[in-house]
Design a protein around this ligand. Structure first.
Ligand SMILES: NC(=O)c1ccc[n+]([C@@H]2O[C@H](COP(=O)([O-])OP(=O)(O)OC[C@H]3O[C@@H](n4cnc5c(N)ncnc54)[C@H](OP(=O)(O)O)[C@@H]3O)[C@@H](O)[C@H]2O)c1
Length: 331
């Protein structure tokens, strides 16, 4: 049945792909934009726009009126302060849920897009994190996403909620993998910590949005948490080999900054960010994420309960991503 779905964070990397997917699937996406949002990007999506501030209950109530379901993607992945993560990742979930329940006598699904960071890395090689493992986040970002999950689950008896935890996401529009590509184009893989040991789960953005929508539609998904991920755990060598081939880079040098040096750099950059008020890529919190060995998770529960299987092979996903970066002049 056709649903009116409110998407938050719609102008972001994943949000734009999700809105396009929903449009094609016959649902009616609406997007919630903030005063700070990129208005041109929002208008270009060609869907109804609801305007709100996450700390304004009246505006939020208006934004969620007449909405069947909400997919909450909005969030902050980089902040110099705990407060920044709290305001960006925790407050919106709390206030949005409250507004949804207040205006809607029988609210539909609320999907929170959380992160593998909420659970933390896997403790050992070959053992991807599963949904039932106790969460052990290693960063302020991860802790804020976990706090948001707890709020979401506290509404479990009032409305159907579902949590999706993606690992690292790549695809057209992503700026994190772009940095890896930019260095690789110069023949360099630059890592932090033990990059020969490290493994990571990845998901192509188009596979992720399909998984999010499957979780949102599935009756089995009510009250549940899922890792939406591809089944492989990649080494940096594998990723570099696939991307280098597509980029036409013949030889690649690998360089890794040892953990103590990374921690020192993170502390200095963090202090600089604190003084200037600018959030850079590096701060002690981000470093703590970067030096972990196993950002890996298991897709088995999503496969079993939702029938979700990531379709995009790495080679194909990288090829499409690099083609997009080139078209846009990013690479
Ligand atoms: N990308 C990844 O690898 C990855 C991995 C795991 C989980 N996730 C999660 O997936 C979600 C979307 O990620 P993304 O990669 O698409 O990020 P993104 O490109 O940074 O988009 C996030 C969006 O959130 C909204 N936003 C920004 N600052 C905000 C604030 N202070 N308060 C409330 N909303 C704010 C903005 O959308 P509007 O301007 O339209 O409001 C922004 O475009 C996030 O919740 C993230 O934690 C991402």
């Amino acid at each position: 049945m056709c649903q009116t779905i409110l998407v938050t964070g719609a102008t972001g990397f994943i949000g734009r792909v999700l809105v396009e997917y929903l449009k094609k699937s016959g649902d009616v996406p609406r997007i919630l934009v903030r005063p700070e949002s990129d208005a041109a990007k929002a208008r270009a999506m060609g869907v109804e726009i609801r305007k709100a501030r996450y700390n304004d209950p009246d505006m939020l109530r208006e934004a969620v009126r007449g909405i069947d379901s909400i997919i909450h993607l909005a969030g902050v992945t980089r902040s110099a302060t705990r407060e920044g993560y709290y305001q960006g990742n925790v407050v919106p979930v709390n206030n949005l849920l409250r507004a949804f329940v207040e205006v809607n006598p029988s609210p539909g699904r609320f999907v929170l897009v959380s992160s593998l960071a909420a659970a933390g890395p896997a403790p050992m090689a070959g053992e991807g994190v599963r949904e039932e493992y106790p969460p052990l986040p290693v960063s302020g970002y991860g802790r804020s996403k976990l706090d948001a999950e707890h709020i979401c689950l506290s509404y479990r008896d009032t409305l159907p909620v579902t949590i999706v935890r993606p690992p690292a996401v790549y695809g057209p529009g992503d700026r994190d993998v772009l940095q890896f590509m930019q260095l690789l184009k110069k023949g360099l893989v630059l890592g932090a910590g033990d990059i020969d040991r490290q493994r990571l789960s990845l998901i192509h953005v188009e596979d992720l949005v399909e998984g999010i929508v499957m979780a949102a539609r599935s009756p089995a998904g009510i009250g549940e948490t899922y890792y939406i991920t591809s089944p492989e755990w990649y080494s940096w060598d594998q990723l570099a080999a696939v991307a280098a081939k597509e980029l036409g880079v013949a030889s690649v040098r690998k360089m890794s900054l040892p953990k103590p040096l990374m921690r020192l750099a993170g502390t200095i950059a963090g202090l600089a960010g604190f003084v200037t008020g600018k959030t850079g890529l590096l701060n002690p919190d981000k470093v703590n994420e970067m030096v972990q060995d196993y950002w890996i998770c298991s897709p088995q529960k999503a496969e079993r309960e939702l029938g979700f299987i990531a379709k995009t092979p790495l080679e194909e996903g990288m090829r499409r991503t690099i083609a997009w970066y080139r078209e846009e002049g990013w690479l």
